[in-house]
Design a protein around this ligand. Structure first.
Ligand SMILES: N[C@@H](CCC(=O)N[C@@H](CS)C(=O)NCC(=O)O)C(=O)O
Length: 205
């Protein structure tokens, strides 16, 4: 298995999940400072020009939520996803929110060119990010953390996803200390061997 990643991006989630699952893998850096994500070599692997990409048996798989569930399936004994369908739906509901709303809010800070062409539009999008990320953080605080984990007492891949996205809050001018449950969740995640390992590897800095 081979993970294409860039430090501090959503690809961190996959790196953490692979550690949680105990799955051996190789890591390949996609260097955004050299625009490698849009270089011909990488586009041949992932035409979306984004990280993460996970190569398994010669096939490239993408989309963080799908990769997290794939890893959980491959490491069934680690119980990284629930078996109860209602709990599965709850887990996915949080993950889909993170993917479709909170990650997109964050992307407006420096990726405005995906949606507009004028500098004034980019500036406007960037200026809005502290507000939209704060609203997302409040939603997570109020609705997504029902216990120490997203699923109450059960750790799941949704916790990995949530942690990853919350590591962006301070950089988006949202103070994590305003959200006690998120603060506790992030502190708990930092104690896990998986997160300690990705810090050691420089995937989270
Ligand atoms: N929906 C994708 C989004 C992946 C994505 O947007 N990754 C960002 C890093 S957080 C990226 O590769 N950006 C590179 C670029 O926009 O050039 C997923 O969840 O995996």
């Amino acid at each position: 298995m081979q993970l294409f990643y860039t430090p501090n991006t959503i690809s961190m989630s996959v790196a953490i999940a692979l550690q949680e699952a105990g799955i051996a893998h190789d890591l390949t850096l996609v260097d955004f400072s050299k625009s490698q994500q849009t270089g011909a070599d990488y586009l041949a692997i992932n035409p979306k020009g984004r990280v993460p990409t996970l190569i398994i048996e010669g096939r490239a798989f993408t989309e963080t939520g799908a990769l997290l569930e794939l890893i959980a399936s491959l490491a069934r004994l680690k119980n990284l996803v629930p078996t109860d369908p209602l709990q599965v739906a709850q887990m996915r509901s949080v993950m889909f929110y993170l993917a479709s709303t909170m990650h997109i809010n964050h992307a407006h800070r420096i990726r405005g060119s995906r949606w507009a062409n004028s500098k004034s539009s980019f500036d406007d999008m960037t200026a809005k990010v502290p507000e939209t990320m704060a609203a997302s953080a409040q939603y997570v605080e109020d609705e997504c953390l029902t216990g120490p984990f997203v699923l109450g007492d059960m750790f799941s891949v949704a916790d990995i996803y949530l942690f990853n996205v919350c590591t962006w809050l301070e950089g988006d001018s949202v103070s994590v200390s305003n959200y006690p449950k998120i603060t506790g969740h992030m502190a708990m995640m930092e104690t896990r061997a998986s997160v300690r390992k990705i810090r050691e590897l420089g995937i989270l800095t």
